[in-house]
Design a protein around this ligand. Structure first.
Ligand code: ATP
Length: 622
């Protein structure tokens, strides 16, 4: 692909990334074409054309999904096309936000302008009552902020569920903080007015609740959503209101229609002292909300999560033995100084715990050490050290290259086919096997063990926001970390698309992703690792084992899940592994009780004309 190198300078980063992705795709396509023609010349394996009668299956996404995706990818042309095709500019995201929230999050000024022109409500609040302005401030996206201030009648004083206006999420010294302060000043609003406004809301609720208590009104009366006064006070961080309600006998654990208790809300919004207040009043920390989360699972603050985990333990202990002594509340539930929304100026983006931010400093310090190579004691937290680590007791070798300007191919000053290939080859020579193109991660299989997958490295990539960390080199753990945060922020499942030719390292990459995610889940006390093991066991049982010969000595095997196999078994193929395992594992009594005296004689298991596999699926692999 020919690119005018002079034009490159003027391209914004989003467009550069798209360009590089296209160039890389073209290179891979050219590589495959060349391979195919070589194989044909050598009379080797022919790539079979798909049968003419087979229908091409196309996956179609709805306009609502497609436009969200286009906004995130900064694909301006596509956004325009989808809007013309009838995509609704008022499409809501899974967290109740608008497309403008997405623009603010992904710094997409062009799409924001298009949407505003089409009359999108700029003051729409998502389910946490955040406006697009809140999002632009958190992400420090000054261009979107300016657009919102200049072009629209955006209300800069709208409060979110914590009672915070957008300014309170703009970190001190950033461009967004400066612009918004100036804007407020010009409109006669100073920060003390804002503070007074917030205090007013808090004090109005406090006096209302006191009146209600004095008139013996119902403190537990829920609204249509099942939300009580305690839910509101806990989410907003109104400590005095929470105290009055609890002291006056309000139920400490009412659940709303989605099974959220006040403890869930206080935990989610980092209100540590309120969490401790609720626990002192015997709020149940083991209740699950509609997402099957306990309060400790959703707390972004480590001190709060720890406090909740301790409370869960003692709660369960007391269920078994009601005479067990209660923990000393002052010792166990002392979290008064950790509230996330108290030192508002110190809030890090997306309201996550401040303590996590410090780990970033640690990371920078580590890379200051010569060559970026270091030795540390392995962490004792869990047994997640995989086969690449040196094992417990020994020093854990970690060798990460320091971050380099060519970590992201989209940032190269020259973008040509040869410059891309040259950089990747150079990086590969330095054992820099990972390279970014924006958020896409390229991997070149090193075919040798590199000391870059230990628990310590996994911990280095833990981040409080999920953004790519500029002080660390590209890594699969970084992609896993980003997916984890996207899942929390967008509240929808994430998926990895791992593609490459056979042997390129897809399976290993997936294993590293799972390792990082399981390691990440452990500190919060809901370790994923045992669950992952169960999932793979179920997968093995309810899949059937399938292999075919690729060349005379390469066997390709895979586990396939295919429901149609329950009623029809293709010739020469096997049924689900579970049947063969049952045949080998059931005792005669169990078999006869299940009317399966001879499982292998069953029509659905015996109809294959191939060799009957062993009851042990592992044996079938070899
Ligand atoms: N990150 C890595 N570090 C070291 N070695 C690796 C890495 N990734 C892959 N390998 C090596 O390459 C081999 C093949 O990798 P893997 O099985 O992941 O390929 P694949 O893309 O899943 O192949 P297939 O598509 O045939 O299943 C591995 O057995 C391992 O030896």
């Amino acid at each position: 692909m020919e690119i005018d190198q002079c034009l490159l300078e003027s391209l914004p980063i989003g467009q550069r990334q798209r360009l590089v992705r296209r160039m890389r795709c073209d290179q891979i396509r050219a590589y495959y074409e060349r391979e195919k023609s070589l194989q044909r010349q050598q009379g080797g394996i022919r790539v079979r054309a798909p049968p003419a009668h087979r229908k091409k299956h196309r996956v179609r996404f709805g306009l609502a999904d497609a436009i969200q995706d286009a906004v995130i990818r900064q694909d301006d042309k596509e956004v325009l096309r989808l809007l013309k095709e009838g995509a609704d500019p008022n499409t809501l995201t899974s967290s109740g936000g608008s497309l403008l929230h997405l623009c603010a999050r992904h710094d997409n000024v062009f799409a924001a302008e298009l949407l505003i022109e089409r009359g999108l409500n700029v003051n729409l609040q998502d389910e946490d009552l955040w406006t697009a302005l809140h999002v632009a401030c958190v992400c420090d996206h000054a261009d979107v902020l300016l657009l919102l201030l200049l072009l629209t009648g955006v209300n800069v004083l709208l409060q979110d569920v914590n009672g915070n206006i957008a300014l309170e999420y703009a970190s001190e010294g950033t461009e967004t903080s400066y612009i918004l302060r100036k804007h407020l000043e010009e409109h006669g609003v100073d920060v003390s007015t804002v503070h007074a406004m917030k205090m007013q809301r808090r004090s109005t609720m406090l006096s209302d609740v006191r009146k209600l208590v004095a008139t013996r009104g119902s403190l537990n009366q829920p609204n249509d959503d099942g939300v009580t006064l305690l839910h509101i006070a806990c989410a907003s961080g109104y400590r005095e209101v929470v105290s009055v309600l609890l002291e006056s006998g309000a139920d400490p654990h009412p659940a709303d229609n989605n099974f959220w208790t006040p403890l869930h809300l206080a935990a989610k919004y980092g209100q540590t002292s309120i969490v401790s207040q609720l626990l002192r009043h015997r709020a149940n920390p083991t209740l699950l909300n509609c997402n099957q989360d306990k309060p400790s699972d959703i707390s972004p603050s480590e001190p709060t999560a720890d406090m909740l985990l301790k409370a869960e333990e003692s709660w369960l202990q007391r269920l078994k033995d009601p005479s067990a002594p209660l923990p000393s509340t002052d010792q166990c539930y002392d979290g008064g100084s950790h509230d996330l929304n108290t030192p508002i100026k110190n809030l890090n983006p997306l309201g996550l715990s401040i303590s996590k931010r410090d780990s970033l400093l640690e990371k920078c310090a580590m890379f200051r050490e010569a060559g970026g190579a270091l030795s540390r004691q392995p962490s004792q937290d869990n047994g997640l050290d995989g086969h690449f680590s040196s094992g417990a007791g020994k020093l854990e070798q970690v060798k990460l290259m320091p971050p380099a300007p060519n970590d992201d191919l989209a940032s190269l000053s020259e973008l040509t086919d040869s410059s891309l290939l040259y950089e990747m080859q150079k990086r590969f020579g330095n054992d820099q096997i990972y390279t970014y193109i924006g958020h896409i991660l390229l991997l070149v299989n090193p075919n040798k063990e590199l000391p870059i997958y230990s628990t310590l490295v996994s911990q280095l990539y833990l981040s409080s926001t999920g953004r790519l960390c500029s002080s660390l080199p590209p890594h699969i753990f970084s992609s896993a970390e980003r997916a984890y945060h996207m899942m929390l922020q967008e509240r929808r499942p994430q998926c990895f698309i791992v593609s490459g030719e056979s042997g390129s390292g897809k399976t290993e990459a997936c294993k590293h992703i799972v390792r990082h995610l399981t390691a990440r889940s452990s500190p919060k006390g809901f370790a994923l690792e045992p669950r992952m093991k169960h999932v793979s066991l179920v997968l093995i049982l309810f899949s059937f084992f399938f292999f075919f010969f690729y060349t005379s000595n390469t066997r390709v095997y895979t586990h396939m899940l295919e429901k149609s196999r329950l009623v029809h078994l293709p010739p020469h193929q096997h049924s689900f592994n579970i049947f063969y395992m049952m045949a080998g594992g059931l005792s005669p009594e169990e078999s006869s009780a299940l009317n399966l005296s001879n499982v292998l004689a069953h029509r659905l298991v015996s109809s294959n004309r191939g060799k009957t596999p062993s009851p042990d699926p592992k044996v079938n692999r070899h």
